[in-house]
Ligand binder design. Structure first.
Ligand SMILES: [Zn+2]
Length: 284
């Protein structure tokens, strides 16, 4: 999706202060009127009396850049900030964040806008070497109901047919898949820590490849295993997995199973142990 550069000239929304971004913040425009697309919102920001701005505005047809990423916008100013934002961002998070506005104009295709936003967000995270932990909702910083469809069930049910927390997890997961090529099981995700799981299941070593029992491992970390008895096909989180069946138990190579679970497998020859860890978030 090409980015249309329409930098603001309104100084009350574009102070010109240089910033070093640390995080990406997702918003919605909260304007469901017909015609309230990216250009219309950009023109609103550029109105001389407007004191709000964001770096990008996304609709179903294009992405508009309103500010260089290295300049401060006014998208998350508030009287007070959540402790986590103060700790991880700054005492005035506008000075270290990039803002993206998602359009919800009634004459736009919401799904196309959503996909454009996923691609833009993944592209930004990739360029800065950031992970999903650098992706915030406006709500996470100030408590504002923004983007409402990722915060409030009433809105998320209308836009996504699912609860807000799930919709936000899905968005992060969609960004993560583009970012890394791996599915992210966000609910296991804890900051930067790698989670090691230790199970007592017995794997099998065959021709130097370690095989693990699919169900025992997947379910231990919240994966969903599907099994078609007729075709003997096994899926993990909806992905088909190559397995061999031994004594009624499906085994997959540790590496393939880890990929299906969005994790990374390492094999320690000395202790004959397979370790599954959350895929590293930062590729530094
Ligand atoms: Zn917002």
């Amino acid at each position: 999706m090409p980015i249309t550069e329409m930098l603001l000239t309104n100084k009350t929304a574009r102070p010109g202060m240089k910033i070093t971004p640390k995080a990406l913040v997702i918003h919605w425009t909260a304007n469901e009127s017909k015609g309230a697309n990216a250009v219309a919102n950009r023109n609103y920001f550029n109105n001389p009396t407007t004191e709000a701005s964001a770096h990008y505005i996304v609709d179903d047809k294009q992405i508009v850049r309103c500010l260089p990423e290295t300049e401060m916008g006014y998208h998350i100013g508030a009287k007070s900030y959540k402790p986590e934002a103060l700790q991880l961002l700054s005492s005035y998070p506008n000075n270290c964040t990039i803002g993206i506005e998602m359009c919800v104009n009634a004459d736009g295709n919401f799904q196309a806008m959503y996909q454009n936003t996923v691609e833009l967000a993944a592209g930004i995270l990739k360029r800065y070497g950031w992970g999903i932990q650098n992706l915030w909702r406006h709500f996470d910083i100030t408590g504002k109901n923004c983007p409402a469809f990722f915060v409030s069930d009433a809105f998320s049910l209308r836009f996504f047919g699912r609860k807000a927390a799930e919709a936000w997890e899905k968005f992060k997961s969609d960004v993560h898949i583009l970012l890394t090529g791996y599915t992210q099981k966000s609910r296991e995700y804890v900051d930067n820590c790698n989670i090691q799981i230790r199970l007592t299941v017995k794997g099998r070593l065959r021709e130097g490849v370690s095989y693990l029992p699919v169900r025992a491992v997947a379910e231990a970390i919240g994966g969903v295993v599907g099994w078609d008895a007729e075709t003997e096909r096994v899926t993990v989180d909806g992905r088909e997995l190559a397995v061999t069946i031994e004594d009624g138990t499906a085994y997959a190579s540790a590496r393939n199973l880890a990929v299906a679970l969005g994790m990374q497998a390492t094999w320690d020859q000395a202790s004959r142990t397979v370790t599954l860890e959350n895929f590293p978030q930062n590729h530094e």
